[in-house]
Write a protein that binds this ligand. Structure first.
Ligand code: SF4
Length: 406
């Protein structure tokens, strides 16, 4: 089930390994490793973790000869592990040398990311860019022209600023910056086409770290071309900041139908958990009704009416139970990801919210009868009592799933 009220922008579909990005295809979730790519074991291990978390494409940095020489070995290990996730090589500064010299290794990549702000200066810029695009054409690989305002082509920006300064009413620096980001992406995409890359081998991204500017840039560029668009707020930060800023940046664009693939760029947790960015990206899509990845658990925040922490424990327990069960459920019960569950703290909103869910439970609040009505498909089916409410509810849940999705 998906949000049919969204009018997806028409874009060219691009084949990246076994995945299609753009066109009418689902919006793809991607991520990036933070291991040293030449460490074959650690990089493979992290790609597998990201893939298992739901990343459908993964990018690795290719910053030197050891990194590019590691790619065939990483691919081989992934294949042997049954992971056919496409690998994207991220090239900066020396990409032209690597892609010229190590094509036997580069062929194991499924896409190249080229940052036009980092390919060289003055006359070397077009020459180096051409070398990389030539390699992509020869190896039949798609390319993401990935512009980032942190590494924007400074000559282009300077020329835009010069022109702006001569205007009667000069634009703000932010406006000129947005304009330069868009120009860099579109001019380099045109250049790539003139070298031989096809329209359906090009994806564009224009990354900035300011939410409003990012939205503005993507809204504009989405009307100026039909290239598939990769969305992401760059350098979003960590924890709550990264999650909130990324959600606020991507949400309006996705609702506008803009974006064919997304990445949430979170600073990795102190515990080294890199997969959070994948969970957040999936939740953004799910919250907007664009794609569903796992059953949705609606739970109230709780308040003074909840008589104990039993309610919070139940909500967390059900959430955890679903996440842990999903690898099996996904195979055994196709469509289970669309299920809606509600876990509510008391009679105020409990019965009402539970009726909106496929299956819901309303716990007894302070001063209420110590019973928990369970609603199935909008109707009260059973009332749970006693000390075993959590397990009883889990049993009812699995029975419901078995009946509905087998
Ligand atoms: S449903 Fe009840 S417990 Fe939950 S927030 Fe509302 S009033 Fe509080």
């Amino acid at each position: 089930m998906s949000n049919n009220n969204i009018n997806r922008r028409k874009s060219n579909a691009v084949k990246v390994g076994n995945v299609l990005i753009g066109g009418d295809n689902p919006i793809i979730v991607q991520s990036m490793t933070d291991t040293n790519t030449s460490d074959i074991e650690k990089t493979t291990e992290q790609i597998i973790a990201l893939s298992k978390a739901g990343s459908e494409v993964v990018r690795v940095t290719v910053n030197d000869s050891d990194a590019i020489k590691a790619i065939p070995f990483i691919r081989d290990r992934l294949d042997k592990a049954g992971e056919n996730i496409p690998i994207v090589g991220d090239f900066h500064f020396n990409g032209h040398m690597l892609l010229d010299k190590y094509q036997d290794d580069a062929v194991y990549l499924d896409k190249f990311r080229i940052n036009p702000g980092n390919v060289g200066k003055k006359n070397k810029k077009d020459k180096n860019f051409t070398t990389m695009i030539d390699a992509a054409c020869k190896l039949n690989k798609p390319v993401r022209i990935g512009v980032n305002w942190g590494s924007l082509d400074q000559e282009l920006l300077a020329s835009k600023l010069d022109i702006n300064n001569q205007l009667k009413k000069p634009k703000s620096l932010d406006e000129v910056m947005c304009d330069a980001v868009i120009t860099s992406a579109l001019e380099n995409a045109s250049l790539a086409e003139s070298i031989g890359l096809k329209k359906d081998q090009i994806i564009i991204s224009c990354k900035l770290s300011k939410v409003n500017m990012l939205i503005d840039v993507y809204r504009k560029i989405s009307e100026m071309c039909s290239y598939a668009l990769h969305l992401g707020l760059t350098e979003a930060g960590s924890n709550e900041r990264g999650i909130v800023y990324s959600s606020c940046a991507l949400g309006p664009l996705l609702l506008d139908g803009i974006g064919d693939t997304i990445r949430v760029s979170l600073t990795t947790d102190i515990d080294g958990n890199r997969t959070k960015e994948v969970s957040v990206a999936k939740l953004i899509l799910q919250s907007l009704g664009i794609r569903y990845f796992l059953p949705d658990v609606t739970s109230c925040p709780g308040c003074g009416r909840t008589s104990s922490d039993y309610f919070q424990k139940l909500a967390f327990d059900i959430d955890k139970h679903i996440k842990e069960s999903m690898p099996v459920w996904k195979k055994d019960y196709p469509g289970v990801e669309n299920l809606k569950i509600s876990v509510m703290g008391c009679i105020v909103n409990g019965p009402g919210e539970s009726k909106h869910a496929d299956i819901g439970i309303s716990l007894p609040g302070r001063g209420e009868n110590p019973t928990a009505p369970v609603f199935i498909d909008g109707e009260k089916k059973v009332t749970l009592k006693g000390d075993n409410i959590t397990n009883d509810f889990k049993k009812i849940l699995i029975e419901y799933i078995e009946n509905r999705y087998k």
